[in-house]
Design a protein around this ligand. Structure first.
Ligand code: ADP
Length: 342
């Protein structure tokens, strides 16, 4: 069991500085998702953790062991990290067993069988990668990463190339397996849903810096700025002004706000915090007309044009037909909004 921590970490490529003063701790046995748009520096961080890239400043520790820092650099093969890459990383000329055993001592057949069992691929031990589906190939890649009993597993967008159903299934399986083994893991992803549903901790990265690190609930419900709020889920943005302690006034009426608001600013609500009434509840301040309905089975996402012209997304649960475009509705709010000044 090993924690992973970085302190004041900087790294880049020649004159290009990418990571700038990162501080981060992944407690032992936790799964951290590094979430950010393409180009934000996620892969660079993973490369530094793996030992493929030397930091230009700061320190990386696995548990008490400094693996990179001033005067210290432990090469990748001595870090005890397992890496699960994006896709297509298996050796095509080796069978599944050969891929998993690559680099292991000769007498490792029992360990190969054991990890293939863990990922449900034992019966495919003699199959070649090109005979496997994308999901099966990623299972083998995971088995290969786990075979040498790594202290830390690094996953680089491992589910991106899979179809939606397989992606959801495999990420749940991988999470369960890593939890069972108690392995500390870092998952790089640009997929908000994947980060929120899979990780114990989410680190939101922007332009080479970590803007927020917290539990999935914290980054979703208490985003540190508007950028994070927009990036980690659908956000309803409304202009608002303070109206007494802990409340603001906005187009949806007077609503409670976490942390308060000292001057006019913006409030964020999540679409599931909006409650639609149809027929209209005359006492509700927010009234408008449904413009679009996007039915998604388990729920429907509506676009509602409020009477002042503001368009807001509202999520309504499945089970009964959602209001149709053109219908008048009223919109209420549950829970607290999150406020951002200015
Ligand atoms: P992400 O994984 O979030 O997409 P990367 O870590 O791959 O981001 O890239 C971060 C920045 O570093 C980008 O601006 C990218 O162009 C730059 N970069 C990545 N790899 C190299 C490289 N080998 N040489 C120079 N710049 C690079």
């Amino acid at each position: 069991m090993t924690s992973v921590s970085v302190r004041d970490l900087s790294a880049g490529y020649g004159p290009v500085r990418v990571l700038d003063g990162l501080d981060l701790t992944v407690p032992s046995g936790d799964l951290l998702a590094v979430l950010g748009v393409s180009g934000s520096g996620k892969t660079t961080l993973l490369r530094v953790l793996a030992g493929f890239l030397k930091p230009t400043g700061g320190e990386v520790r696995f548990g008490d062991r400094v693996v990179a820092g001033p005067g210290t650099f432990v090469p990748p093969e001595r870090r005890r990290v397992g890496i699960v890459p994006q896709e297509g990383a298996l050796f095509p000329h080796l069978d599944v067993s050969g891929n998993v055993g690559f680099g292991l001592p000769r007498d490792s057949q029992a360990r190969i069988d054991e990890v293939l069992d863990m990922v449900g691929m034992r019966e495919f031990a003699h199959a070649r990668p090109h005979d496997l589906s994308g999901g099966q190939q990623q299972r083998v890649a995971l088995a290969r990463a786990l075979a040498p009993e790594p202290e830390v597993v690094l996953l680089d967008e491992p589910f991106t190339a899979l179809d939606a159903t397989m992606r959801v299934r495999l990420r749940a399986e991988v999470r369960d397996l890593l939890k069972e083994l108690g392995t500390t893991a870092v998952l790089v992803t640009h997929d908000q849903e994947e980060a929120l549903s899979t990780a114990d901790l989410v680190a939101v990265m922007r332009d080479g810096s970590l803007v927020q690190v917290g539990t999935p609930e914290e980054v979703y419900e208490a985003p540190i700025d508007l950028g994070v709020a927009r990036f980690v889920g659908d956000a309803v943005e409304l202009t608002a002004e303070p109206s007494g302690s802990g409340r603001v006034r906005c187009v949806l009426g007077e609503i409670p706000v976490r942390g308060g608001l000292a001057s006019p600013g913006t409030v964020i609500l999540r679409p599931e915090q909006l409650v639609l009434s149809c027929p209209v509840d005359d006492s509700a301040p927010g009234q408008g007309v449904v413009r679009e309905t996007s039915y998604r089975g388990h729920d429907a996402l509506l676009q509602v044009d409020l009477d002042d012209g503001t368009r807001i997304p509202v999520r309504v649960p499945g089970g009964s037909p959602p209001p149709r475009p053109g219908e008048r509705v009223s919109v209420g709010v549950t829970g607290e909004a999150r406020a951002f000044p200015g």
